[in-house]
Ligand binder design. Structure first.
Ligand code: S3P
Length: 441
């Protein structure tokens, strides 16, 4: 099968209403929480992507029955610490930083060895951020330079910890919360705000969680070892996947798009706030609450007068995965945009700061990376006609999809490699482009 995509034509104007696949963060969290519940959980609209499917494979290897039904996924948990598996069980998180980090918290109390592996990209990523707090709980993990593969030795006796989390990483916070759930006593976390799906799920499951919102950080306490029953959950659409089509609409002429049933949890909607500050017309309609999450339809309109932004740095964790797309919007905005404190962007599936800069330079947009800040000189008349080859971008799914959106919105003749990378998070991405009338080979 061909590994690249050819795009030779801009997308025509569209006026459509579409659905978007289930949220990846919530899909992984629901699968993990169901695997430790007592009894059966039914998860509807679970994202069918490699990251989530690999999580299900790993959960099965830990002895949990997982049955994919036509309309939902059934997971039969045996309660906290209810996994049953053989010594030296190998689990492979492949590309998923979220699953790898969260599952480590869940297996903190294991008394059998587990080997946690990942693909090339994940094996280059930092695990010190989770190994350090897990060690404080008393959990033993062996590795070379705190990178995958990790040998998880666990411990029988976990002790609660007080921890300060300064990166604003939801993966780290969630890993700690999951370990705390298996630990007697009260764990306290002082953390920079980040996506709060784990906390909302804990509240929905009536676990002993308490959150105090301070000015610049959250104080979270959890009293561990409370069992909970299996649950039903319908995963809403993923704002990170929807964002590709929000930016496509903004940058295309005379178009309008409605994205139905999207999770617009405030900790995830930084991209909407930033694009609105840049003059974009984006409306949230039909808002409702679902098990603590906020769901809405998003209405987006084309825009021909985007202006630059000085992005407030406390926005970063609310839009971390959408930054490359926001940079693309800045490329077509009037004036010079400015972003700072982007260090975490360098630690994703690839160094997305470096790759975004390379990408924008390729399409003729001046930009400067200075340590962890980024300046983009926009060009409102940006229109492309040259040939572009997108290769060697570390097989990063979000960079592949960014390239397709740039090609569809701005023109040019594109050969974009690593087509399969979309299977990580958004296998229906290309089908959705087709639904809007986009043509590719
Ligand atoms: C995620 C948290 C973010 C994000 C990732 C998904 C999650 O990572 O980049 O794609 O589901 O918790 P960090 O928590 O490491 O910032």
């Amino acid at each position: 099968m061909k590994k690249f995509l050819l795009i030779n034509k801009k997308i025509n104007s569209f006026n459509k209403s579409i659905g978007i696949s289930g949220d990846k963060s919530l899909s992984i969290r629901c699968a993990i929480m169901a695997s430790q519940a007592i009894g059966t959980s039914k998860i509807f609209n679970l994202l069918n992507s490699e990251d989530v499917n690999n999580a299900l494979i790993a959960i099965r290897k830990l002895g949990i029955k997982v049955i994919q039904k036509k309309n939902y996924c059934e997971i039969h948990g045996n309660g906290l610490n209810g996994f049953s598996f053989r010594e030296n069980t190998k689990i492979n998180a492949q590309n998923s930083g979220t699953f790898a980090r969260l599952i480590l918290g869940v297996v903190a109390k294991t008394n059998k060895k587990i080997v946690l592996k990942g693909d090339k990209s994940l094996s280059n990523r930092d695990f010190t951020r989770v190994i350090e707090p897990l060690n404080k709980f008393g959990m033993k993990i062996n590795s070379k330079n705190n990178k995958l593969p990790l040998k998880v030795l666990g411990t029988k006796y976990l002790r609660p910890i007080d921890y300060v989390e300064l990166k604003g990483s939801a993966q780290v916070k969630s890993c700690i919360l999951l370990a705390a759930l298996n630990t007697p006593g009260i764990t306290k976390i002082k953390c920079k705000p980040s996506r709060n799906h784990t906390e909302l799920l804990f509240k929905f499951l009536k676990l002993n969680l308490n959150i105090k919102k301070k000015n610049k950080y959250d104080l979270i306490t959890l009293k561990g070892e409370k069992q909970y029953r299996g649950f039903n959950y319908r995963i809403p659409g993923d704002i990170s996947s929807a964002s590709f089509f929000i930016v496509l609409t903004l940058l295309s002429k005379n178009s309008k798009l409605i994205l139905k049933n999207i999770n617009v949890n405030k900790t995830r909607t930084g991209i909407i706030d930033v694009l609105k500050k840049m003059n974009a017309k984006i409306l949230l309609r039909n808002r409702r609450e679902y098990k603590g999450e906020q769901i809405s339809d998003i209405h987006v309109y084309s825009s021909n007068n985007l202006k630059c932004i000085k992005c407030p740095k406390d926005f970063n964790s609310r839009l971390i995965d959408e930054l490359p797309l926001i940079f693309l919007a800045c490329a077509k905005a009037k004036g010079t945009s400015y972003f700072q404190n982007l260090d975490e962007l360098r630690h994703k599936e690839s160094d997305r700061l470096k790759l975004s800069s390379k990408f924008l330079k390729m399409i003729g947009i001046k930009n400067i990376v200075n340590k962890n800040s980024f300046m983009i000189k926009g060009n409102p008349n940006l229109s492309l006609s040259k040939n572009f080859i997108v290769k060697n971008f570390m097989k990063d799914h979000r960079i592949f999809m960014l390239s397709c959106i740039a090609a569809m919105a701005l023109g040019g003749k594109w050969k974009i490699y690593d087509k399969d990378s979309i299977n990580t998070s958004f296998p229906k991405f290309l089908k959705t482009i087709e639904e809007l009338g986009g043509i590719f080979k």
